[in-house]
Design a protein around this ligand. Structure first.
Ligand SMILES: [Zn+2]
Ligand SMILES: [Zn+2]
Length: 365
């Protein structure tokens, strides 16, 4: 099967996070047809393995593609559009999986490289399901010396033939902070207001904002009436950082700030943190090498600014030398996570060739 047909098959049969059963079955079938060894991972993922003909087989490169789709009703009108009501590959993960398949196919045909290639079809990247975390819980690379984990994402801000890179800190961590500020004194006319305490807490949260940390309070709820102060005030905020150490430190400082507010206003503050994805940090050396390689193959290399979005690829980049780059799919593709997102399929060949060359250059180093 060719890469375009592979992608179109996945596109017309999208599945949501951790429900990628027929996706995994299809991938498994196609790998079987090529004689590529593989096994299930993280429930609905697939881990493929190709050993080179030479070198240290314990040294490996992990190529990662996410495979899940989104709860969207597709409106692209293409002939290979989603056949599943209310589910759509609206983030291009069908492209990522197809490119990985194409790369593995080429590597398997030649096997003319050193070490081992692991092809990771990872489930559940979207909506905080953190398939990457589930993959790593199985510690699948423990027998290996991981030279690099490589991943990509389609990008509609880049044209076909353009590749985007950002050495070092690239994508932010994302944590949701939920607070309930409750008055501990008697309710009624003269009660101390948890709203005032919450306002103080909000100002303290706001003070964490800097170049490397963003805390945005996006919701507050307190429902009092005249002469009867609300008994509680809810505050919800999103916290993003570009540094894991800082992320931990700020969480400690937030705990300290809530204690101070409790003491000062005679309130109780219940804190619930939804720990989201970690920062995506690109290995600088690996990134520069990839940029040179892309340039030498005639691709247009774009320097990217770090971005505020999150991605569970960060789980790998915290543990292994990693590179997460962007693949141009044309501005005409429209916005991802919309019902009309339509990447230019010519990007598949670019993505495949580049990931193939990059794998060889790392393995044969
Ligand atoms: Zn997405
Ligand atoms: Zn995505």
């Amino acid at each position: 099967m060719n890469t375009v047909d592979f992608r179109r098959h996945l596109h017309s049969h999208p599945e949501l996070s951790f429900e990628e059963h027929s996706t995994a079955a299809f991938i498994s079938e196609q790998l079987d047809a090529l004689g590529i060894e593989h096994r299930p991972i993280a429930g609905t993922g697939i881990l493929a393995r190709i050993e080179g003909r030479r070198g240290n087989l314990k040294r490996c490169v992990v190529l990662r593609a996410d495979i899940d789709a989104l709860p969207l009703q597709e409106l692209t009108g293409v002939e290979w559009a989603s056949q599943c009501d209310g589910v759509m590959h609206g983030c291009g993960h069908d492209c990522h999986a197809a490119i990985l398949y194409g790369v593995l196919k080429r590597l398997q045909l030649e096997r003319d490289f050193e070490g081992t290639v692991l092809g990771l079809f990872q489930p559940a990247e979207e909506r905080g399901f953190a398939g990457a975390r589930k993959v790593l819980e199985e510690d699948p690379f423990k027998e290996y010396d991981v030279a690099a984990v490589i991943g990509e994402h389609v990008d509609a801000d880049l044209e076909v033939g353009e590749l985007g890179f950002c050495p070092g800190k690239f994508m932010a961590s994302a944590d949701e902070l939920h607070f309930v500020v409750k008055s501990v004194t008697a309710a009624g006319r003269m009660a101390k207001s948890p709203i005032v305490a919450a306002a103080d807490l909000i100002m303290r949260l706001n003070a964490f904002n800097s170049d490397v940390c963003k805390v945005s309070v996006y919701r507050t709820v307190a429902e009092g009436i005249a002469d009867h102060v609300a008994e509680e005030c809810r505050v919800e905020a999103m916290m993003r950082t570009y540094d894991e150490k800082l992320r931990g430190r700020i969480k400690d400082m937030i705990a300290h700030a809530t204690e101070e507010v409790e003491y000062k206003y005679d309130v109780e503050v219940a804190t619930d943190i939804h720990h989201g994805y970690p920062c995506v940090e690109n290995d600088t050396q690996l990134t520069y090498e990839a940029m040179l390689l892309a340039d030498s193959h005639g691709y247009v290399v774009r320097d990217l600014e770090r971005i505020g979005g999150e991605e569970d690829f960060g789980c790998y980049s915290q543990l292994y030398p990693s590179l997460y780059y962007r693949l141009g799919v044309s501005r005409a593709a429209g916005r991802k996570h919309t019902a009309t997102f339509l990447p230019d399929e010519r990007a598949l060949a670019v993505g495949e060739e580049f990931m193939y060359q990059l794998s060889l250059s790392i393995l044969n180093k």
